[in-house]
Ligand binder design. Structure first.
Ligand code: UT7
Length: 325
């Protein structure tokens, strides 16, 4: 018996050149490097240049992922792009990436699940690959949150950054007894009762404006660790894996305290956690593929390692995945 699985062939990322430090932010709003570092673990974040967009950064990350995977763009027949900061209300930013890469076959579309977007995009691509409808996918997370921020609101503007990351996934037919490869499970959750705790106060059908990000940070924080650990336990249950099997924990990078709290509750030692929030801030749907690429590039993550991915954010949405790299 064969099983069809989504296997990761490579990954890549893109960060804008401009670095915005806490000290620079402290000159714009009433904050301090000490407050930001203590409460979030963030030291600096990247900000997109005027001529950079979610689409251009996504295309750069996609190119890096294709090069890392050593596959030609023309072999890609599916692009799923997670973002809450699309270039335009429509069409999907994914079709800009498709055109940029010179691909005019297959399908490309966006997925919107805020900070959980990359894991939602993985689940979407995985379902389509395993169904046999597509064979090779680019799964991308790309965000320009700098353009959604209220730069006078110190409770939100210090938290976020811009960037993009991508993974190439391929459907492979594996002997069932060799089925412990690729994406082992993806678990998705949401609860719309919490939608007003983290949202953007504008949109095409409500205000006709883009709007700004609004967050009750303490409320989000209060739910984060419990939601993350619950969906991770679900992923373990679905696969029969345990925390001892995990080689690397690649969490969504919102706040170092949330990451540490989740790891502590799950029993994951600090030396297995990939951290980028100190340098990238919260890049929403881009944070997991950015962190993954960081640890693959410096060779911490090796082929065959078991990766635990998780995210939680606006909606609320939350999600976890186990991926054999
Ligand atoms: O990725 C999507 C999911 N998002 C998240 O996971 C974010 C979750 N939330 C958080 O990470 C944290 O709640 C924050 C980092 C946003 C805030 O940390 P906190 O420990 O929950 O602080 P707080 O909101 O309870 O604020 C404490 C104090 C307040 O002053 P008072 O009321 O105690 O006098 C704030 O006004 O800190 C004040 N404050 C600031 N002070 C300096 C809030 N923002 C700042 C700031 N600089 N930037």
């Amino acid at each position: 018996m064969k099983v069809r699985r989504s296997v990761a062939l490579g990954c890549g990322s893109y960060l804008p050149n401009l670095v915005l430090t806490n000290a620079e932010l402290a000159r714009k709003v009433d904050t301090s490097d000490e407050w930001i570092v203590q409460r979030t673990g963030i030291h600096e974040r990247r900000i997109a240049a005027r001529n950079e967009t979610t689409g251009t950064m996504a295309a750069q990350a996609a190119r890096a992922a294709l090069a890392h995977a050593r596959v030609d763009a023309q072999t890609i027949d599916l692009i799923v792009l997670a973002t809450s900061t699309p270039d335009n209300t429509f069409p999907a930013t994914a079709v800009s990436v498709q055109a940029d890469l010179g691909i005019n076959h297959g399908a490309a579309f966006d997925v919107q699940a805020v900070c959980s977007g990359f894991v939602y995009a993985l689940a979407t691509a995985d379902g389509l690959l395993r169904s046999g409808a597509f064979n090779r996918a680019l799964v991308i997370g790309s965000e320009t949150f700098s353009r959604l921020l209220d730069w006078t609101d110190r409770t939100t503007c210090v938290l976020f950054g811009d960037g993009a990351g991508a993974v190439v996934l391929e459907a492979q037919e594996l002997e069932e007894n060799r089925g412990d490869r690729g994406l082992l499970t993806v678990r998705l959750r949401s609860d719309g009762r919490h939608k007003s705790k983290l949202y953007v106060d504008g949109g095409p059908s409500s205000t006709g404006t883009v709007g700004h990000l609004r967050m009750e940070g303490r409320e989000v924080f209060k739910h984060a660790v419990a939601m993350i650990t619950d969906v991770v336990e679900d992923a373990f249950k679905a696969t029969g894996k345990t925390v001892a099997d995990v080689d690397w924990f690649i969490p969504h990078q919102a706040n170092k305290r949330i990451i540490d709290g989740s790891a502590r509750k799950l029993g994951i030692p600090a030396n297995k956690i990939v951290i980028t929030v100190d340098r990238h801030g919260n890049t929403s749907a881009a944070s997991i593929p950015l962190a993954l690429t960081d640890a693959v590039t410096d060779r911490r993550i090796k082929r065959g390692d078991l990766l635990l991915l998780e995210a939680m954010g606006g909606g609320f949405t939350w999600a976890a995945a186990l991926l054999r790299w």
